[in-house]
Design a protein around this ligand. Sequence first.
Ligand SMILES: C[S@@+](CC[C@H](N)C(=O)[O-])C[C@H]1O[C@@H](n2cnc3c(N)ncnc32)[C@H](O)[C@@H]1O
Length: 288
Amino acid sequence: MSGRAAAISGGSGERGSGERRSPEQASGEDAPDLPRSDGDLPSWDDLAEWWWRTFTNGADIEYEQQILPLAEAHLAGCRRVLDIGTGEGQLARRLAGAGKPGLVVGIDPFEGQLRNAVRQGGGAVYVRAAGERLPFRRASFDGIVCCLVIEHAADVDAVLAEAARLLAPAGRFLLVVNHPVVQGPGSGFVDDRVLGEQYWRIGPYLTESVSVEEVDPGVPILFRHRPLSRYVNPLCGMGLVLTALEEPEPPIDFLTDSLDLDLERAMPRLCVMRFERPAQAQEWRRDG
Ligand SMILES: C[S@@+](CC[C@H](N)C(=O)[O-])C[C@H]1O[C@@H](n2cnc3c(N)ncnc32)[C@H](O)[C@@H]1O
């Protein structure tokens, strides 16, 4: 989503230019089994129609030009694919249509999202579950994607552990996040008219934080900011290897009103990490 800002507000993104407010009450952690909502904030059930209308089926340039093609390219050849936090299933549909894998499963804890996914068909199957606790046997999938989801999940370690548990030897795990280095809380383009300067400010990158961003008028969403090491190191510790990192330039259509095109083109909205489980390695077991 746009600050991703990047992915929701100004374009596809979820975050970015939206207003942030402190999430003290909003961060009420739900039971990891099936999260419902973050405090007073709308749940992903409440947001299902908005998400569908705003970010899917060609509505969002970033998905069309970058996210969907990158997911397809990095998971090409995978035969059993899992989409963690599938939403209304746009990645699952794309992957089910590409190269005809044997199985594509989309999971999401929110019924409203899954209802929209099922309604659209497209060859994937859907299961209601949270990323923190997935109802599959270990090493069940040779391709896993988790796209713009982990920033919303309360228990990052549990989601990563489930991805690692379910990834078969030689399998690939694609983790897509709003770029935490340049799109985190407090980061963004600054047009200082007093000093006559334009620059990109970086917020407190190493500080894990929770914030609420108004990604569209009347659409507040909770984001959990974490540095990249919070994703990479646990996965490496569970035997996965980082084999590709993509930081695509923002789509040019997002920058039509840019005050400094060269600067804004150099600030990625997305960070796409591909991890692999080496073919010879032992499968990782959650309980040792
Ligand atoms: C920004 S949407 C992204 C949907 C989809 N991955 C896509 O890229 O089109 C975030 C999704 O994460 C789901 N989600 C939130 N918390 C989750 C959790 N703990 N486990 C799995 N999915 C979760 C939401 O229901 C929502 O569908």
